[in-house]
Design a protein around this ligand. Structure first.
Ligand code: BG6
Length: 478
């Protein structure tokens, strides 16, 4: 029997996001984004969200890792590793500083032309996320974020503008990053709801209705953006990125198994809506039972039919455990699950489970049958710079190697159609959940610390050379 292998055009590369790396938060006409109001936190201490920018606080998005000014040399380093693709996001507030401006900001458009051209010059395919926790703050304040239909229209105007602007240079678009984490029930609810919508969970007065409304509007915005992309250029491939976590039952008690099924499925209604051409009936029934009426318009049905995604982007970091009778005294994970005694955890408490990646890839592929790309996977860890300046990050290599073995098994043994692997944070950047620099993911070290100090100088870690070899052997030599 012929062994399946990674296709020759497999997209090896990495993923980054504007608000976590660009910095230059007010340069060249950029408006303020909602993440510009979030301070540095730490493991166990939520990031602070302020109404105004307060002196004395560190807001890590303001400087990021200064990718805005250093993109050329950073992209050269990605090119040196042999990257075939880089996923970046276009910050909405660089293009429409207030969200509802009459004309786009030329300097913002010019900046992304330069970045995209630099990627192409290095034979790196740009994969563009249109909304990776980035939104002009005015859209939140004036239009109540995704609670309103106006925001859907403003987002679509932004999408259309950049899709036309970069037509022919960009072929892969991602409508949203992890909108599915909107309703996370954990200690991080506030952070997640804010990252995704610019509104704090604690500020929502009718939480269930408002979260459902925002989830609906974002899902609708995504399908409409897909249609626009296809109309502009039939070669456009459009997907949406989901952060998915398989949930295992705590025991084989049927009630635990059912709970695990429900927890794994919790966010899949959005994927169903984007793949199946209709907002799922089971979710509408659930809302009905909970007394929630969605603001659905007649024309929305057509939008769902016409806006099916071409691929699914999977962000995968860890798995979870579900129980029908959760013990309130047990510590809970980022997404509200309970600890898995069989798995090790990262220093930030995220369980490390390569098999979960294979599980999730199979799950998605069996259910939807469309191509999948891993849009994020990586290990946040504390790196020690040795006296000779080298960082021996064997733990990172070990984590990635095991996940790539699981991916290989999914592709080569299980026949999953996965067309790329984009490691999260190929260069150290600001952590989304904690705002820390200390939580490092990169193959490339950035000299920036949590108090904002540092030279921003870049240096290669041991994993840099390892990933280069992985790419040059098309995943044969892990
Ligand atoms: C994903 C996000 O959820 O996880 C990224 O899409 C984020 O933006 C990544 O950075 C890792 O999370 P963290 O909190 O370690 O940065």
């Amino acid at each position: 029997m012929k062994k399946l292998e990674f296709p020759g055009n497999f997209l090896w590369g990495g993923s980054i996001a504007a608000h976590q790396c660009e910095g230059a938060y007010q340069a060249d006409g950029k408006g303020l984004g909602h993440m510009d109001f979030v301070t540095t936190g730490s493991y166990g201490e939520e990031r602070k969200i302020t109404k105004v920018i307060e002196e004395g606080n560190v807001y890590p998005s303001h400087d990021g890792i200064d990718f805005y000014h250093r993109y050329k040399s950073d992209i050269e380093l990605f090119g040196e590793m042999g990257f075939k693709a880089l996923r970046i996001s276009i910050d909405w507030s660089r293009i429409f500083p207030n969200g509802d401006d009459e004309i786009p900001n030329e300097e913002g458009l010019a900046y992304y032309h330069q970045v995209i051209d630099e990627l192409r010059a290095n034979q790196i395919e740009p994969i563009i996320t249109l909304c990776h926790f980035e939104m002009p703050i005015e859209v939140v304040r004036k239009y109540r974020s995704w609670l309103s239909r106006e925001t859907v229209e403003l987002y679509l105007r932004f999408c259309e503008t950049v899709m036309k602007e970069y037509k022919g240079k960009v072929h892969y678009w991602v409508t949203f990053n992890e909108m599915n984490h909107l309703e996370i029930q954990s200690d991080f609810s506030n952070t997640f709801t804010y990252m995704i919508t610019g509104l704090q969970y604690s500020d929502l007065h009718d939480k269930e209705l408002q979260l459902a409304t925002m989830g609906y509007h974002m899902t609708l915005a995504s399908v409409k953006a897909v249609k626009i992309a296809h109309d502009i250029d039939q070669n456009n491939q459009v997907g949406c990125v989901f952060g998915l976590t398989p949930c295992y039952p705590k025991t084989s008690k049927p009630a635990d198994v059912l709970q695990a099924f429900k927890d794994t499925e919790r966010d899949l209604y959005q994927v169903d809506a984007m793949c199946n051409g209709a907002f799922p009936l089971y979710k509408l029934k659930e809302y009905q039972r909970r007394g929630i009426t969605l603001p659905i318009c007649e024309s929305d049905h057509l939008a769902f039919r016409e806006g099916k995604i071409d691929f699914i982007g999977l962000n995968y970091y860890s798995s979870d455990v579900s129980s029908a009778e959760p013990d309130e005294n047990t510590e809970s994970s980022l997404f509200g699950g309970i600890p898995n005694q069989y798995l090790e955890k990262s220093a930030w408490g995220w369980s490390i489970d390569p098999t979960g990646l294979r599980y999730m890839l199979n799950y998605l592929y069996h259910r939807y049958g469309i191509p999948i790309i891993i849009t994020e996977n990586g290990l946040g860890a504390v790196d020690q710079v040795e006296n000779d300046g080298i960082i021996q990050d064997d733990y990172r290599i070990d984590y990635l190697k095991k996940h790539l073995e699981a991916l290989k098994a999914a592709v080569e043994e299980d026949g999953v159609d996965c067309f790329g692997y984009l490691m999260w944070g190929p260069i150290d950047l600001v952590s989304a959940t904690t705002g820390e620099m200390k939580k490092r993911y990169g193959f490339i070290y950035v000299d920036k610390q949590d108090d904002g100090s540092g030279t921003f100088l870049r240096s290669k870690k041991k994993s840099f050379y390892w990933y280069k070899k992985v790419i040059s052997t098309n995943g044969e030599d892990l």
